[in-house]
Design a protein around this ligand. Structure first.
Ligand SMILES: [Fe+2]
Length: 197
């Protein structure tokens, strides 16, 4: 596997994010997405540092676009270019907005690459897992795949988390259960830094 040099360190990426007046819950979402992307890369034998970095920064423009979502994943381009990311990595980050009706410029685009399916599924499953952990008195310890799958099937639970996008993980070559297991383990690994037990 070829490792690609990232233009910033994790600390520098975190600095960029925290300089943007983030809401705490959003920051946790970035850290969770980072952890799930790292775990997926490890599972696939891909470049874990790169997948983690793209997960951490996937919503780099969110603080400035949450009120005008048509610009989400669009304003990111300039920010990421300024940080030194190349077009390939910027494209991967941008692809998590593909198919999103709130972003007219990306609504007709479709994800094609394994890392794109992984990123979209990873950033979406974090919401499902976090919501379920909150129900379990803020605990992720001992969270079972089968019970998370039930929450996934209950469309009213965490209704904002697109089941369709989570399901895209199958296009990356993982079953849903394998994905849930990987994501639960990944988020458990950072539970202390995201306020879970
Ligand atoms: Fe996100």
């Amino acid at each position: 596997m070829e490792k690609k040099n990232m233009p910033v360190t994790r600390e520098e990426a975190l600095k960029v994010l925290s300089a943007m007046n983030q809401e705490d819950a959003d920051m946790l979402h970035y850290l969770e997405t980072e952890a799930v992307m790292r775990a997926l890369a490890e599972r696939f034998g891909e470049d874990a540092d790169r997948w983690a970095m793209l997960g951490l920064l996937h919503d780099v423009d969110w603080a400035m676009t949450k009120k005008e979502q048509a610009g989400h994943c669009i304003r990111a381009v300039e920010i990421l270019e300024g940080m030194g990311f190349d077009a390939e990595d910027i494209g991967i980050i941008q692809s998590h907005g593909y198919g999103c009706n709130e972003i007219p410029r990306l609504a007709e685009k479709e994800r094609k690459e394994k890392i794109e399916f992984a990123l979209a599924a990873a950033e979406t499953v974090t919401g499902l897992i976090y919501a379920y952990a909150l129900m379990r008195e803020k605990s992720i310890t001992g969270m079972e795949v089968s019970k998370l799958r039930k929450k996934y099937k209950d469309k009213r639970f965490a209704a904002g988390c697109s089941r369709e996008i989570i399901g895209e993980i199958e296009k990356a070559g993982l079953s849903l259960d394998e994905f849930f297991e990987t994501a639960i383990n990944a988020i458990s690994g950072i539970k202390d830094s995201i306020g879970l037990k």
